[in-house]
Design a protein around this ligand. Sequence first.
Ligand SMILES: C[S@@+](CC[C@H](N)C(=O)[O-])C[C@H]1O[C@@H](n2cnc3c(N)ncnc32)[C@H](O)[C@@H]1O
Length: 538
Amino acid sequence: MEHHEGAGGRSTPRSPGRTSNTNTPTEGDAPTETLSHAASKRKRLQERHQARKRGRTPPSVFPRRNRSRSPNGAAPRDDRRSRSPIQPRSPSPDAPRQRKRPGGGARQGIADRETLRRRQEERERAEQEDAMRNSQQRGVTDVVRQHYNAVPERGREWRKTESKIKGLRTFNNWVKSTLIQKFSPDESFAARFDDAKEWADDSQGPPPADDSRLLVLDLGCGKGGDLGKWQLAPQTVDLYVGLDPANVSIDQARGRYDEMRSGRRNPRGRRPPPIFHAEFYPKDCFGEYLGDIGIVQQVGIDPNVGPGGSIMASRFGGGGFDVVTSMFAIHYAFETEEKTRQMLRNVAGSLKKGGRFIGVCPNSDVISTRVAAYHKQRKEGEATKPAEPEAPEDGEVEEVARAEWGNDIYRVRFPGATPEDGVFRPPFGWKYSYFMKEAVEEVPEYVVPWEAFRALTEDYNLELQYRKPFLDIWEDEKNHPELGPLSERMGVRDRVTGALNMTEEEKDAVSEFSSSFIALTLRTNKLGFYHAFCFYKV
Ligand SMILES: C[S@@+](CC[C@H](N)C(=O)[O-])C[C@H]1O[C@@H](n2cnc3c(N)ncnc32)[C@H](O)[C@@H]1O
């Protein structure tokens, strides 16, 4: 789904960011000279800290990383092969033929051969299963990657005028801007910001400028639609690292950044506002560890987070990023527990203490309510139908009740059975396809059962600070002194009437308040298909 476009309009005076170009950097490029003084200092501390850490745990990050490279935690296949005790050996043609020993020895040989053959078969079966599992995992990632690579980049003008879902796009963009405005600043910056009013009353001039700048990591950055929002973050961004498995999207994101930096995206040749240093790499952020990306390693990523990580590591370790963000993407991780944990390892490993993990994803409360209502309605329908023979006859396949809902603009469809009570247990692998006009065409996504997710995050020292459905965010923030006017400048609402600029179908997709049979429940609970969250690394 596309949720692009810069927040637009707001101009906050800020100190200039560094703007060195990366063009098409390669992994491991050293951007040190492009980072600010604060970041270099942080980096120096990081290096010092890592040196201390290395003192405690002798193996360097590199061999540790190599060992854990496989997404499913298995040892690299080559390693296993090289350790195999039964490599078939073909005798050298020049070697004298050995004579078989007579009697028991020969029988022993036959028994050994039998054991070896069995072991060989077992090994081949295990390898086949391994390959199958890997290819299935790759399969989903490939489908998602191919899909997003194929979504055309249609340009800002088209998105603002022609698009059938322009209301939805701008609304989603406003929610993302709101989240960035509210949660990207660190505590000391936010405190200073809060104090400013009191301080202004005393008329002693503005508070001293904060020179600590943000280092931001975006997992699933897509075509770079949020770059403009980060440029307008209250606390200046120093570095933005964008990762996404869709390589075409990554190229487009880099192109967009280059245009912003050069001012080509600016209307009427106005001087561009200063922009941070940014780097973009293709990467599966949920199936793989991020520590092999040079810039991520340089800023700092701790491989020891999560269950099993040492107390020393959790007290002194930690990453170097202030903010990790993942907008409309973490639902791809919920295919398996392994991927979900890898995603959390990457998030928590890259965040420093006090760092924020902010994002948006489909709200499982809505999905559960929808699925339960679907089954209830289906059963009521069945109860009024004439009775059918109890068991299916020979060769007859019992039909699975497939939950689905939506309208012309969006559609959610479960390909398999769903729980009648709407509670997704176990919490992984609940695949559904999501269709969104112009944006997402039947891409497999996975339910993110919220409570299970929240429980898992605790294993990674991530503490939930905020979680809100989109519509509640709108209700809470639409009259905010900055976010309210921002919504008007972005075209989220009508300047005169104040009503949301959306068709009924778009509203249905975002809030579901006009949907048919569970309309009342949803309206009362103010649910929306998406919700936003912020976790703090403690
Ligand atoms: C709906 S788009 C959102 C893009 C962007 N965050 C935004 O808000 O405009 C979802 C993105 O998630 C990305 N994605 C899917 N699987 C991923 C994975 N394993 N790791 C990182 N990103 C992934 C897709 O390639 C796609 O760019």
